[in-house]
Design a protein around this ligand. Sequence first.
Ligand SMILES: Cc1ncc(COP(=O)(O)O)c(C=O)c1O
Length: 368
Amino acid sequence: MGQPTIGHLDPAFVGMMDEMKQLLQYAFQTKNQLTIPVSAPGSAGMETCFVNLVEPDEKVIICQNGVFGGRMRENVVRLGAIPHMIEIPWGEAIDPNVLEDALKNCPDAKVVAFVHAETSTGVQADVKTLVDIAHRYDCLTIVDTVTSLGGIPLKVDEWEIDATYSGTQKCLSCTPGLSPISFSPRAVARIKQRTHKVQSWFLDLNLVMDYWGGNTKRAYHHTAPINALYGLHEALLILKEEGLEKAWERHAFHHRALKAGLEAMGLNFLVAPAHRLPQLNTIYVPQRVNEAQVRQILLNDYQLEIGAGLGSLAGKVWRIGLMGYACQLKNVIYCVNALEAVLESMNAPIHKGAAMNAINAVVNEKPH
Ligand SMILES: Cc1ncc(COP(=O)(O)O)c(C=O)c1O
């Protein structure tokens, strides 16, 4: 990112844009031509999907089981469209039957939207099943993959996702500020059939593609964040060098080690095992513990930041991220030991001295 800033139409930069598209296609496991980074953070990727695929007065079904489903609703309302919310308790997964019932009750819905990896709760969605149901009712799908890309299996083509947006700062371990997106040919066709102009000039993909799309001539749309894009290019190369499957395995393995250590200490997970995200571990705060004080001590004395609970989970849980470069054994060990030391100093009801053996047992299962 410290390399010289060259022009956004410089042939060397244009060459890097082409490579970037291929690297993103690999990360998303797609051949979608419209696979590019939006020049703004994950929230702008979300907005890109909604403003391009939804028109005023259209009905959109949103499955909400955390913070980000609520943001989707805001996008739909601000477009003059009609959100139909499926409210799921935070910490639980989206029930496919509930989506099917909602589609039966709302036969003219045009789009179904949900989050693959809910960062606010640590819940994973069964994307393929939900997309299949949406397609049976002629809906396009918008899937938030901000926290899943590079961390857990995500197969845009195989699962037939129509539009997805991600972020750079989660399992890609890049700096924040860009949002990789991918649109299927079916989604592109929907954009072409629109009767209203896309309400956002900046996010209108018809215009953005004049810059990112063309194999032949490229036209100025906005000044691309050149140095941020160098960073994403490098992050994607690192992912490719490791291999996507290896990165998924690494996240799963370190989650098992972290889980073993935390559970040996007597801490409990919020999310049922079948729906847990390896890269976002949500655990209940033990009774009589001041959760904010624990986070403050971890940050000030151990330079370790863990997340607080959000919304209805505020004060009740902690969220421990194991994403991208941070997802390493030394960090698992450091985190578990630091948490144990802080909880012990507060006389919290935990089992002392059991965590490291439990972590080692997981590590020893792994062939060296
Ligand atoms: C699941 C999910 N969606 C959307 C966003 C928004 O991304 P950004 O903060 O990069 O705008 C986040 C950010 O944490 C997220 O976790």
